[in-house]
Design a protein around this ligand. Structure first.
Ligand SMILES: NC(=O)C1=CN([C@@H]2O[C@H](COP(=O)(O)OP(=O)(O)OC[C@H]3O[C@@H](n4cnc5c(N)ncnc54)[C@H](OP(=O)(O)O)[C@@H]3O)[C@@H](O)[C@H]2O)C=CC1
Ligand SMILES: Nc1nc(=O)c2c([nH]1)NC[C@@H]1CN(c3ccc(C(=O)N[C@@H](CCC(=O)O)C(=O)O)cc3)C=[N+]21
Length: 305
């Protein structure tokens, strides 16, 4: 189908709406003396991360959020990285910290993620943040998962009681998507590499989320007619002529004739992921301000003590 077909559920308008909301909130926070600042940590040289960081910088600029990139050499030790993160935790000028994945194999990414103070965890990957979404507190969730759910909401479908299937159950994407959808009242089935028949599940789905990392895994005959398909995959594919392009986990050519909505790759989940990161930065800022308020703005009480 041509790219202007309304069945394409594009990320740009959803991202633009979120960024405009962030801009208004950020401008107000600056006026009130609390400028939001996002720090990106990259370890080593990873081409896959570059696109993401470039987009973060550009969109942070549009949203009125300061963006600082900290690049560490590939040989940095986990202890050095933790020390740097502790410094940022203690620095009141830093609102949020994002650790770009992947990091070199000698760095335990879970421990590094947990070193970020929960109030500065704009990625929603700290165990405390993951715990919040299990408790139905979904204001700040892992960016890609939250972006995928925003795109489903953009279809106008009612999530309550909706039959949803999620293929892939990683901590960063599949699992948080399932928790967010459960919070919204959907009936959720999660498939993974041990699922006996992925197709038997996907064919029942009114909404299908795919986050596996396998190009064209989901074909048209695996999709229920009229379904909404959210393709989270980002895979680099090399053509016989040597050129590379980005494809998702869904075989768009065959699925487009069956589904009522499908997110393109690129141009679908990716741009919304960046917008959610910026929205999370404002949520983090507001939480930090509330803590500051309750700690210092208790004049009467302090005087009485
Ligand atoms: N747009 C964005 O912002 C982002 C996009 N991505 C993209 O999303 C995709 C997934 O990323 P991520 O979740 O980090 O990947 P992981 O490799 O961490 O997880 C892949 C998941 O897919 C499951 N799986 C593997 N093979 C199959 C199969 N044949 N059938 C069903 N399930 C299978 C795995 O199950 P098991 O563990 O049981 O093996 C695992 O749960 C990638 O293409 C990645 O590039 C990722 C992050 C952000
Ligand atoms: N801690 C961490 N969290 C992540 O969520 C994470 C990460 N590390 N490392 C890398 C992957 C990849 N990822 C992308 C997000 C958006 C685009 C994006 O904006 N893509 C656009 C632009 C494409 C382009 O400009 O070529 C699109 O899909 O249309 C890309 C890639 C997040 N990831």
């Amino acid at each position: 189908m041509p790219l202007d077909d309304t069945r394409y559920l594009k990320g740009a308008p959803v991202a633009a709406r979120i960024i405009a909301e962030v801009r208004a909130a950020a401008d107000k926070a600056v006026e009130e003396g609390f400028p939001p600042r996002l720090v990106s940590i990259t370890v080593g040289d990873v081409a896959a991360v570059d696109v993401y960081v470039r987009n973060q910088r550009a969109k942070a600029g549009l949203a009125g959020i300061d963006f600082e990139e900290r690049r560490f050499p590939a040989e940095t030790t986990a202890a050095e990285l933790e020390a740097a993160i502790h410094g940022m935790n203690a620095d009141p000028r830093v609102t949020g910290i994002i650790i770009q994945r992947p990091v070199p194999a000698h760095i335990p990414v879970k421990a590094i993620q947990a070193a970020v103070h929960p109030l500065k965890d704009v990625e929603g990957m700290h165990p405390a943040s993951i715990g919040n979404i299990v408790y139905n507190e979904i204001e700040l969730a892992p960016c890609t998962a939250a972006a995928s759910v925003e795109l489903l909401k953009a279809t106008g479908l009612d999530l309550k009681g909706l039959e949803v299937v999620v293929v892939g159950h990683s901590e960063i994407v599949g699992k948080p998507i399932a928790f967010l959808l459960m919070s919204e009242g959907a009936t959720v089935t999660v498939c993974h590499h041990m699922t006996r028949s992925v197709a038997a599940h996907t064919r029942r789905a009114d909404a299908l989320f795919v986050a596996v990392g396998k190009p064209r895994l989901i074909k048209g005959d695996m999709v229920k007619p009229g379904a909404a398909v959210i393709d989270i995959g980002i895979n680099a594919e090399t053509a016989p002529d040597g050129s590379t392009r980005i494809v998702g986990d869904v075989d768009t050519d065959s699925v487009k004739d069956v589904a009522s909505w499908i997110t393109p790759v690129p141009g679908g989940v990716g741009p919304v992921t960046v917008a959610i990161l910026l929205r999370n930065t404002m949520v983090a800022l507001n939480r930090q301000r509330a803590l500051y308020q309750s700690t210092y703005a208790t004049e009467g009480k302090m005087a009485a003590e």
